[in-house]
Design a protein around this ligand. Sequence first.
Ligand code: HEM
Length: 184
Amino acid sequence: MAAVVFSSFIAGAAGLWKIVAHRAVAGEPLADAERLSVEAGLAAPASPAASAWTLRGAAGHVRYVVSDEKVALGRVQPPLGREQATLAAFIPIRKSAAWWELAQDERRAILEDRSRHIADGMRYLPAIARRLYQSRELGEPFDFLTWFEYAPEHAGQFEELTQLLRSTEEWRYVEREVDIRLER
Ligand code: HEM
């Protein structure tokens, strides 16, 4: 993806997605809400009255992916918004100061050489469509906003993948993670 796509995730009474589950995997949860609206651009944070919370991110270039992986991902990753993908997961994540103090090559070694995030994740494509948003540089409460879409018959596979990732060395650096499930 060459262009940077800014998005705002606005939780409140309105929106395409109905929130069906919400739990804190690590750290503080978010406020409860009924629905989630995903809007293009940077909405005002925590806009008044109607919204429970607003989180913002930018989806742009990759940071750790190497060229072979980029080609492989390009071949298998499906687009968002597929008709049959009526379920979604929105998982905001913040990593610890210890993670951010590491150099780029050390972070790549943990993420891929030792945790196999990309290689293992790729086995779940094209069942799962994904988009990663960077939030840290926007001064947001989370470093990343992760978004996944899948059909009901692949819900079990998505659970398997999240459990797998949460058992890795990479996840020892996750200090806040909120797991929100949605349907439309
Ligand atoms: C569906 C299969 C998945 C694939 C193919 C996948 C692939 C990737 C890739 C290629 C990156 C690196 C992007 C870059 O180079 O900047 C990445 C980063 C990331 N992924 Fe996944 N992923 C998957 C599932 C997940 C899941 C289920 C979660 C959350 C529970 C997750 C959370 C993250 C986070 C937080 C990052 C950013 C890590 C960092 O920059 O420190 N991913 N993923």
